[in-house]
Design a protein around this ligand. Structure first.
Ligand SMILES: Cc1cc2nc3c(=O)[nH]c(=O)nc-3n(C[C@H](O)[C@H](O)[C@H](O)COP(=O)(O)OP(=O)(O)OC[C@H]3O[C@@H](n4cnc5c(N)ncnc54)[C@H](O)[C@@H]3O)c2cc1C
Ligand code: SF4
Length: 369
């Protein structure tokens, strides 16, 4: 069956109201990738974020970029922020880090100390937080000249990556020295490098099956409705269209929201840093058709959360169907389970086929209209 046919079958109807609620304001949307294979290699999707950042640095739009790097702290994989001022530093920070960070606590002092204008990359909640700070702190607002949001389903607590890397270390009989959450085509693979130079690569589901079931999900994600990064100049996400599954080039979906974002995008295109074609916002939303609406529907999590003693605030008053409720129930139950030591043990003792069944059931609930 051709990918285009599958995309046509799976295509959803998105009204203007859906677009406004889920995506927010935007000017244009593109299917894009970094032109340079070296930039795309080890990038999370099409490497377009890194390409735009490098172009912004080289063309003087900003002097530094707040990026998020994988580091090892006491042998544990963690994510830390720094300000990159060179292309090499931007490239060293490629890839998605599916682990909790302390965004404002780390990033604000970095920006305040930095002499010059900066671009900031972050998850939608991070971008909203920095925008909010800029409203209160004018010196900060003068420095932060552009923001990039990564489309975000949710993020995971450190417990998940620690469990996964411990398992890999046991398999390798070695301590880990570097880790990449996801590289390569389509869903990609995780890569771990060990002290003796050996590597282990596993399909990304080795980590993502647990993540997609919301085990170890951060608490703040329970009240979050922002999947696409409402407040960024440019939002970038994966593009999950089956017609692109076997494409030798991995692409990103780009949502340009501001005039500054459009100018940067256009000049990167003009100098050949990125390649891009126009794309309908509905195509981007089709690729996120399960998780996008479920993410927005905090009303369902508010209702299900009551059973777990969670007091969440309903900011959207969405209708709560039985399947949205059941999905929210599983989301919160799984998150709560990993807040108990015995729960964590139980999860990692559960055979993979059972986890898979749970995952397919959850995906089926998310797919119902
Ligand atoms: C926790 C998380 C959840 C995501 N969920 C989805 C999803 O549901 N659907 C979807 O389409 N896309 C999702 N993404 C985004 C996607 O994985 C890619 O990051 C995005 O497509 C950009 O790819 P790229 O190749 O252009 O980025 P690259 O060129 O590889 O650059 C990525 C940039 O993002 C920065 N970065 C990486 N991780 C973080 C982080 N945790 N916090 C702040 N900055 C970071 C890096 O410093 C780097 O500069 C998620 C990303 C993360 C980190
Ligand atoms: S789901 Fe929302 S709160 Fe959670 S990490 Fe993503 S943007 Fe932040």
């Amino acid at each position: 069956m051709s990918g285009k046919f599958i995309d046509r079958v799976l295509k959803k109807e998105w009204s203007d109201g859906h677009i406004q609620r889920y995506v927010g304001n935007y000017r244009s949307t593109y299917l894009a990738h970094a032109s340079d294979l070296e930039v795309r290699r080890k990038a999370a999707s099409g490497g377009v974020t890194s390409a735009l950042l490098i172009h912004g640095l080289h063309s003087g739009v900003f002097d530094g970029v707040v990026v998020c790097k994988t580091v090892l702290i006491d042998g544990k994989v963690r994510a830390r922020f720094e300000i990159a001022t060179t292309a090499d530093q931007v490239l060293a920070a490629r890839g998605s880090k599916y682990v909790e960070t302390r965004f404002l606590r780390e990033v604000l002092p970095l920006i305040r100390l930095f002499e010059g204008r900066v671009a900031v990359v972050g998850l939608p909640c991070d971008i909203s937080a920095i925008r909010h700070r800029c409203e209160k702190e004018l010196a900060l607002a003068d420095k932060v000249v552009m923001t990039f949001a990564l489309v975000c389903g949710h993020n995971s607590r450190t417990g998940l990556i620690d469990a996964i890397t411990s398992r890999l270390e046991r398999e390798a009989g070695q301590k880990i020295r570097d880790y990449r959450f996801r590289v390569g085509q389509w869903r990609g693979r995780l890569e771990a490098e060990f002290e003796d130079g050996t590597t282990i690569s596993e399909p990304s589901k080795y980590f993502n099956d647990y993540q997609n079931l919301f085990f170890f999900c951060e608490r703040k994600c329970m009240t979050c409705i922002d999947h696409y990064g409402y407040h960024a100049d440019i939002s970038v996400g994966d593009i999950w269209l089956f017609s692109l599954k076997n494409d030798p080039i991995k692409h990103s979906g780009l949502i340009v929201r501001s005039e500054g974002g459009e100018t940067l995008y256009q000049s990167a295109l003009d100098v050949g840093m990125i390649r891009s074609t126009n794309l309908d916002i509905r195509d981007i939303m089709d690729g996120q058709s399960r998780i996008g609406p479920a993410h927005y529907n905090v009303s369902a999590r508010v209702r299900a959360g009551q059973l777990f003693g969670l007091k969440l605030k309903d900011t959207v008053n969405e209708p709560v169907t039985w399947h949205a409720y059941l999905n929210a129930f599983i989301t919160i139950a799984n998150m709560r389970l990993t807040e108990r030591a015995w729960g964590q043990k139980l999860i990692f003792m559960t055979p993979r086929p059972l986890l898979k069944m749970g995952l397919y059931f959850k995906k089926a609930l998310e797919s119902l209209k």
